[in-house]
Design a protein around this ligand. Structure first.
Ligand SMILES: [Zn+2]
Length: 480
């Protein structure tokens, strides 16, 4: 007979105290020669004086050990704010304690040991931080929870963005949660299927415009003049605030052990900007004593930031303290890559991202469509998977190890940004060797090789045929 051992259950408090860490947060123009400050609740998107991008800044002073203890206690709390992987770290965020938080329990994304990817890259070990495990399947949620909370504080009734992808899906979900009207503006015929499906289910008004992406951006700027409308595009500084908490969650998960390298995909450059800000603030607070080298990987056909970084790296001293002296980013008019999440030719946040990469001693590079496609299949073999843009990280790390920039024994984290189900067409085409890139003229050259392909096989409905099918599958998969 089974004997049951009584266990004692510790009753955890349902709320955890808040440590008052902040003075008054403000918005500040990032151009050092302007640096004008604005009220935190002023509804602006760029500096009204010079048009520069805005940072949210606040003086953070507290006892780092006390903060670490508090954040760890919150892991066992049942309070909604504590269960969110963003609001758990709310001492870093520019809100009062009674802010009307709009949350879908975002963050809390896993870190995975990735031995197959490590071998593929030539590393002893590699860690994947999977931001695709957020509620809508992409890293955008960590920023959206904060931006939509700010929208409520500002009394907005409608939130709007121009996006063909993950931002649209995320905004639609959080707007629904906040009972705000949501408008997704897209050029006609340019929204991907999975992401459109999400936006529709979350109840957003998806408005297809008779025009291109520039037309959508122009209309959005006009709409933003209306007081009841809040613009949630990539320059919104509150999104960066939410996304920066990923730095805290990552280090918390690692027992505050700082990796040597953190590598992220580069599209609109929000991730690199936010992680750089997050690591810098944690260092200022005394939670860590150094920051990891932050590197950004772009797709070859959409690499304006990698091109800029090359010119900066070749001219020592060119990126000094006055960023007005920096060489400007040259936009790519027709970016092309199958990794649609990073298919961006003119990322407006580049000065912030460049500041982050330079401060960390990291680098920026680009990888080919073939490298990305193969890296994605390798990440899949871990049982993890990701959307195509995320795989640029593993492809980039493989390059950096080969080039001697990353030592095989170093501690490396790749940030995956989107879920494997965000682009199923891509995966199926890769495994059936029907994936074609859009960067060459002849159809023959455009076809990508399914180096690690795993196509489905048709077999007879007999035991013998199935066993033979399994044997054949094993023999083909072992050759990788
Ligand atoms: Zn300014």
């Amino acid at each position: 007979m089974l004997s049951l051992t009584p266990i004692s259950i510790a009753i955890m408090p349902t709320t955890t105290p808040h440590i008052a860490t902040r003075t008054t947060a403000t918005q500040r123009c990032i151009d050092p020669s302007c640096a004008t400050r604005f009220e935190i609740n002023e509804r602006i998107y760029v500096c009204p004086r010079c048009g520069g991008l805005l940072d949210v800044v606040q003086e953070l002073t507290t006892d780092p050990e006390q903060l670490q203890t508090l954040w760890t206690r919150r892991l066992a709390s049942f309070e909604a704010r504590d269960r969110s992987g963003v609001w758990r770290y709310r001492e870093l965020l520019p809100f009062a304690d009674d802010a009307p938080i709009v949350s879908l329990a975002e963050g809390n994304t896993p870190i995975y040991d990735a031995p197959i990817s490590a071998v593929y890259c030539g590393l002893n070990a590699l860690t994947l931080k999977h931001q695709g495990c957020n509620p809508t399947g992409s890293f955008k949620d960590t920023g959206m929870t904060v931006a939509i909370t700010q929208a409520l504080i500002l009394g907005a009734q409608t939130v709007v963005c121009a996006s063909t992808g993950n931002t649209a899906a995320s905004l639609a979900a959080y707007a629904a949660r906040a009972k705000l009207q949501c408008a997704i503006l897209v050029p006609r015929g340019q929204i991907s299927h999975a992401k459109l499906a999400q936006s529709l289910d979350y109840g957003a008004a998806v408005l297809e415009l008779d025009g291109n992406f520039d037309d959508a951006m122009r209309v959005i700027r006009e709409l933003a003049e209306d007081e009841s409308i809040y613009l949630v595009n990539s320059i919104n500084p509150f999104r960066i605030e939410g996304q920066k908490t990923v730095a805290a969650e990552l280090l918390h998960q690692r027992g505050w052990e700082v990796p040597d390298h953190v590598v992220v995909p580069g599209g609109n450059l929000g991730n690199s900007t936010a992680l750089g800000k997050g690591f810098a603030e944690l260092k200022d607070l005394g939670l860590i004593d150094r920051i990891p080298r932050l590197s950004v990987v772009q797709a070859e056909g959409a690499a304006p930031f990698a091109n800029l970084f090359k010119s900066v790296a070749q001219t020592p001293g060119v990126a000094g303290p006055d960023w007005n002296d920096w060489p400007a980013l040259t936009a790519i008019e027709h970016p092309h890559t199958l990794a649609t999440a990073i298919k961006i030719g003119a990322p407006v946040s580049w000065p912030k991202a460049l500041r982050s990469v330079l401060a960390s001693g990291g680098t920026v590079l680009s990888v080919s469509e073939q490298e990305m496609a193969d890296a994605k299949a390798i990440i899949g073999r871990e049982g993890v998977g990701c959307e195509p843009a995320s795989a640029s990280t593993v492809a980039g790390i493989k390059r950096l190890v080969a080039d001697g920039v990353i030592d095989p024994g170093e501690d490396v984290v790749a940030v995956l940004t989107g879920h494997v189900l965000k682009d199923t067409d891509y995966a199926i085409k890769y495994h059936e060797e029907k994936l074609t890139s859009d960067d060459d003229d002849t159809l023959e050259r455009r076809r990508l090789t399914g180096t690690y392909r795993n196509p489905p096989a048709l077999v007879e409905a007999t035991k013998a045929a199935i066993l033979e099918g399994l044997r054949r599958h094993t023999s083909t998969q072992d050759t990788m």
